[in-house]
Design a protein around this ligand. Structure first.
Ligand code: HEM
Length: 496
């Protein structure tokens, strides 16, 4: 009996395991029934064997050539819908803005954010945080010393630092990070930092490091296989530790603000948030608490620091590759602003060429190429497919920015993409550097001011001098993931 029973038992166990596996497979297949077609996935690894994980975005763009503007892609076992090209991105993010406004998985940050904070939050909490941040920023922008004045002042600090280089070769990364970050610091922490402040430099280093890690091969592996990668040693694990350090700094500021708070005279975003927590303390379902404040403040500090400085760093490199464009910028700056006063936002409407160049830098540099993942907020029908609530959506913003149906020379840096035949500035809706719809970058207005004032002030004061011939300057990114990272470079600034 014993000898007969053992093989039978083993057979039964194998049959049971097979049945369970089959049921799991059927239920997994059902989880993406009704979604748009895409490459056939394998259990557990999804479509990852069909792409180059180190070049995930390029691979996703390539797949859209076969599967069209909307296809299902499996990141491991998670089905996502990839949107590619201006038309479908507009239909989703703008025409169906509310339904596509959920925030999708972003594993690199999830471990720290746990879905809290303005960038990674979703639903009612996100809605309230976003409304609160917009109102608070508006109030500060319209205060006694408007934020435009502070940007103009920071631009002069930047120029003073640049003068100290005395025309010698240098890497601009650190200076541009300090200048860009100081603007968000003024709003969030109430003041700017000196470029020599050791703590400030340490924080900038943490942000710069995380931006690079999220855009590296490790970052892309983490995005694709979060469950496995969290247990595998490697530089990607530093992302979480860096976030904790940023949060610890915000915690210190929070303590300082709390000790000196005067609710009638708020100094910064943190003061306004502390007052809001106080006002809502008897509301048990309030979303305004210290964890949300800390995560949102870190989000704003991060989002406001790296984006603007990366764009400027990329922009200066592109201009060195195209000296004829730099020449025209100098001409317009000299004609409209002259040498004796600081550029201001009022000048922009009289400087269509500069406006077009800044748009083209943002289009071409494409610093957030796949946006940040979204989700659909309820079960919907879209383009004939059924998309279930919480389905992850990857909006490939780069495919709008480089859409050949919307830009005549999408792969070439060409400011005429944003100019009409009479040389006037021409808007193009396919420009999606700041994304679109309900999740549109919250700092768009601020970033536009910073880019215009910083760039015109630099070029009013200096001529760019590359260390190699312009035609040898490589304007492709060093790596691409969450961000497109410009290649490191040194150059010289010659006073004008
Ligand atoms: C050149 C500069 C910038 C670029 C290219 C940029 C780009 C973006 C993009 C692509 C998104 C994702 C939108 C989406 O989910 O669809 C985003 C979100 C966001 N950005 Fe920016 N950004 C820039 C500057 C800033 C600045 C200066 C701030 C500071 C306030 C900021 C704050 C945010 C916030 C809070 C979000 C999350 C919005 C939400 O989820 O509701 N950004 N940005």
């Amino acid at each position: 009996m014993v000898f007969l029973g053992e093989p039978l038992g083993a057979l039964l166990a194998a049959a049971l395991a097979g049945l369970l596996l089959l049921l799991a497979l059927l239920s997994w297949r059902r989880s993406f029934a009704g979604l748009p077609p895409g490459p056939a996935p394998l259990p557990f690894v999804g479509n990852m064997l069909q792409v180059d994980v180190k070049e995930l975005i390029a691979s996703l763009r390539e797949l859209s050539k076969t599967y069209g503007p909307m296809y299902t892609f499996h990141l491991g076992s998670r089905p996502c819908v990839v949107l590619s090209g201006y038309q479908v991105l507009k239909e989703a993010l703008i025409d169906r803005a509310e339904e596509f406004s959920g925030r999708g998985d972003f594993p690199a940050v999830q471990m720290w954010s746990k879905g809290n904070g303005i960038v990674y939050g979703t639903g009612e909490r996100w809605r309230q945080l976003r409304r609160f941040a917009i109102t608070t920023f508006k109030n500060f922008g319209m205060g006694k010393r408007s934020i435009e004045e502070r940007i103009k002042e920071e631009a002069q600090f930047l120029v003073a630092e640049f003068h100290k280089t005395q025309g010698k070769p240098f890497d601009p990364t650190f200076f541009l990070s300090c200048a860009g970050s100081n603007i968000i610091c003024i709003l969030v922490f109430g003041d700017r930092f000196e470029y020599t402040d050791k703590k400030f430099l340490m924080l900038l280093d943490l942000i710069n490091n995380n931006w690079k890690l999220m855009s590296s091969t490790w970052g892309q592996l983490l995005f694709t296989f979060p469950k496995i990668m969290r247990h595998i040693p490697g530089p990607h694990r530093q992302i979480y530790k860096n976030y904790l350090k940023l949060a610890a700094f915000v915690g210190e500021r929070l303590k300082l603000n709390r000790q000196t708070l005067d609710p009638n005279s708020p100094r910064d975003f943190i003061d306004c948030f502390l007052t809001k927590i106080q006002q809502e303390k008897n509301n048990p379902s309030s979303h305004f608490n210290e964890d949300t404040m800390s995560k949102t403040t870190v989000n704003l500090f991060f989002a406001g620091t790296e984006t603007v400085s990366s764009t400027l760093k990329y922009g200066l490199r592109i201009l060195m590759r195209h000296p004829e464009v730099e020449e025209k910028l100098h001409e317009e700056i000299d004609r409209v602003i002259g040498p004796n006063r600081s550029p201001c936002m009022e000048d922009r409407s009289r400087m269509p060429y500069t406006d077009a160049v800044i748009h083209e830098i943002q289009r071409f540099a494409d610093i957030v190429p796949m946006g940040v993942p979204h989700t659909v907020t309820r079960d919907i029908e879209f383009r004939g497919y059924k998309l279930p609530k919480d389905l992850n959506i990857i909006p490939l913003l780069c495919t709008s920015q480089f859409d050949p149906t919307q830009f005549k020379n999408p792969n070439t840096f060409d400011p005429t993409h944003f100019l009409d035949d009479c040389g006037r500035f021409k808007k193009n809706d396919a420009f999606m550097a700041f994304s679109a719809g309900k999740r549109l970058c919250l700092g768009e207005g601020l970033a536009i001011m910073e880019l215009f004032i910083f760039l015109t002030t630099i070029l009013q004061n200096f001529k760019l001098k590359p260390l190699t011939a312009p035609e040898d300057i490589d304007v492709t990114p060093e790596s691409t993931g969450l961000g497109s990272i410009p290649r490191p470079y040194r150059f010289r600034l010659i006073p004008r």
